[in-house]
Design a protein around this ligand. Structure first.
Ligand code: B12
Ligand code: SF4
Length: 560
């Protein structure tokens, strides 16, 4: 006879999402303060994991970006499960050490431990890869009484149609600006610097329509309304699958009175597909992130981003505005084939597209990419190229972790100049006005207004305009100008205009901070104080980046 599991003896597990380091373009601090949120997005990986663990296990979730992780919390459980992305590495390593000191076994997983499992050697368990394929093996080992282990999932094999509804019930929705869901994993393209295709593969795997609607239904039942982000690497990676799914999503939105507005990430070739744009518009997609990277055609070819070539980037972006989505985009300075004229070309491209928030960063060779493998082969990769410390910035300040082909000083100076031009208030707000002129939001978005959300938006709008006027008087004239012009000509675009202004409240001072950091890097080069870090020998085994401050690892200087 089967024995019922005894809930009181089943393991107590704490899922911990480590802290991100603070100095990042992606840290939307002001937006969070205004909305009363504590973090941008919840840990979708961990709440998906929570749904996969035996449901008799007693599971708690702690997001260290929202509340502190105490020793009591660690002592009070049988197992801590943690992990995340590269910028969370320093805190994740600290959590591992605290668990060891307090005697609680710790298991790590997620994208960073998958890319560089050797960094997490001190954890009792390391689970590399997508959990769907491998978690049962970890659970079986735990239930056999094993307290250490290494598990590696077969690459790109996880069947996402078997992925359960994430445990959204573990979240406090008010802690977040938006909630993430995921339809597909992987991307068909081959951009040289990208680790997505190494982690999730080039054949996008998609969930089924009923599965997705069940996830959205669960969010809806739990009372969540508003912004939902499809965190897909490239939502249109499998065009056939997304075109089959979107009509279901449109019907669901209609039946439920449009409770959600969606954002996502997609490649720029979305602009070539009118049918897809129309479907996304009707489903109420309102924002899109895309990787433009550079306006230089030769560089796009060299970095294998061919989908962005042979097109007018500005026209493609304007088409997205016509479909009702405002655009944010990634740009990179520091590619091998880049020319000295990049500053002007990039600033002009950003102005022409009218993209207010252009995430311009320095090229950073991520571990586990074609780029880092090539640079190592060419003997140009710094030995400790992927090191992260808690006080470090992101690729804006810490990029160029390799020997550049143009003099490093020139690349840094160009980068600094792009930032100066792009985030100068007059030019930023001109792009915001452009969004206000071009964005064509669908009628139903106004007809199906969620009054609860409007009240929240109005309250935040008042706080935003007050904050701009009082805290940043130098921006007030521009912000009010863009706001009033849009209110008169295209009120449906006001929400997008305000959202961009809020993000600017973080990005404007952040860009100034980055410029100061870059200036000091340039000054060090000019003064002859900069010493090139040791390079990885081409024949070195796959880089096993050593980390500062770890017991047993000598302290090594951070990436210069
Ligand atoms: C949404 C997202 C963000 C959001 C934030 C999300 C959040 N919760 O805070 C935003 C936009 C802010 C963001 C920013 C950045 N991101 Co990001 N992001 C993503 C994205 C697109 C989706 C993450 C997600 O929810 N996935 C869905 C869940 C279900 O998948 P998952 O997290 O991998 O979890 C699965 C497994 O990994 C595993 N798992 C996860 N955790 C654990 C823990 C344990 C114990 C176990 C056993 C298993 C396990 O189980 C899950 C189910 O299989 C991923 C790409 C991707 N496909 O995942 C990139 C990704 C995680 N980001 C990445 C990076 C580098 C960044 C940035 C530095 C910007 C950049 N791209 O350069 C910034 C830094 C942020 C900062 N504040 O400093 C890299 C990480 C690379 C690495 N080696 O660590 C990724 C992989 C992609 C990429 N190249 O951009 N990101
Ligand atoms: S399009 Fe984006 S996700 Fe796809 S390979 Fe290129 S950078 Fe990676």
């Amino acid at each position: 006879m089967d024995r019922k599991p005894d809930v009181n003896t089943s393991p107590r597990v704490l899922l911990v999402f480590p802290k991100f380091y603070e100095n990042s373009m992606w840290n939307f601090k002001e937006a969070m303060e205004i909305q009363g949120a504590r973090a941008a997005a919840p840990p979708l990986g961990l709440i998906t994991l929570a749904a996969m663990l035996p449901q008799t296990w007693r599971i708690g979730l702690l997001n260290a970006n929202c509340e502190p992780l105490t020793d009591e919390a660690i002592r009070g459980v049988d197992l801590v499960m943690t992990g995340g992305m590269l910028p969370q590495e320093p805190d994740c390593l600290e959590i591992i050490e605290r668990c060891r000191t307090l005697g609680t076994p710790v298991c790590v997983g997620g994208p960073a431990p998958t890319s560089t499992p050797e960094v997490y050697d001190r954890a009792d368990f390391v689970v590399a890869g997508e959990a769907e394929g491998i978690l049962p093996e970890f659970v079986a080992a735990w239930e056999r009484g094993e307290r250490t282990g290494r598990f590696t999932a077969a690459k790109f094999k996880a069947d996402v149609t078997s992925s359960p509804i994430p445990r959204f019930d573990l979240l406090t929705f008010s802690h977040y600006l938006y909630i993430g869901v995921q339809f597909s994993r992987g991307c068909p393209f081959t951009c040289e610097f990208c680790d997505i295709i190494e982690l999730y593969g080039r054949a996008p795997r998609t969930k089924t329509a009923p599965q997705m609607l069940a996830e959205l239904g669960r969010l809806h039942d739990l009372g969540y309304r508003g912004h939902v982000d499809f965190v897909d690497d490239n939502l249109i990676g499998n065009k056939k699958a997304i075109k089959l799914f979107l009509p279901h999503l449109i019907r669901w939105q209609e039946e439920h009175g449009y409770p959600f507005k969606f954002s996502t990430e997609a490649s720029l070739n979305l602009a070539d597909d009118d049918e897809l744009l129309d479907l996304m518009r009707r489903a109420n997609f309102f924002a899109l992130f895309t990787g433009i990277e550079t306006p230089d055609e030769a560089t796009l070819i060299q970095t294998q981003k061919k989908q962005n070539t042979r097109r007018s980037i500005a026209d493609s972006v304007h088409k997205l505005y016509s479909a009702g989505m405002f655009v944010t985009a990634g740009f990179i300075v520091g590619f091998d084939s880049e020319k000295d004229s990049i500053t002007k070309a990039m600033a002009t491209c950003i102005a022409d597209t009218g993209i207010p928030i252009a995430m311009v960063g320095l090229l950073f060779a991520l571990p586990n990419t074609q780029l880092s493998r090539r640079l190592r082969k060419e003997g140009r990769l710094y030995e400790n190229y992927a090191a992260t410390t808690a006080d470090q910035g992101d690729q804006c300040t810490q990029g160029l972790n390799f020997v550049t082909l143009r003099p490093q000083r020139d690349v840094l100076a160009d980068y600094r100049d792009v930032l100066a031009q792009v985030y100068e208030p007059a030019s930023f707000f001109e792009r915001v006005r452009e969004v206000g002129r071009r964005l064509d939001r669908p009628k139903f978005a106004a007809q199906n207004i969620q009054w609860k959300a409007v009240a929240k938006d109005l309250a935040s709008m008042t706080r935003i305009l007050w904050r701009v006027s009082v805290k940043r008087p130098e921006l007030a004239k521009h912000a009010w100008g863009a706001f009033l012009a849009t209110a008169r000509s295209n009120p449906a675009a006001l929400e997008a205009v305000i959202t961009n202004i809020v993000i600017y409240l973080h990005v404007y001072p952040f860009s100034r901070y980055v410029m100061r950091e870059i200036d000091s890097r340039i000054a060090a080069i000019d003064a002859g104080q900069w010493v090139q870090p040791t390079l990885l020998a081409p024949e070195d085994a796959p880089a096993a980046p050593k980390r500062p401050g770890l017991p047993g690892t000598p302290h090594l200087a951070a990436v210069a």
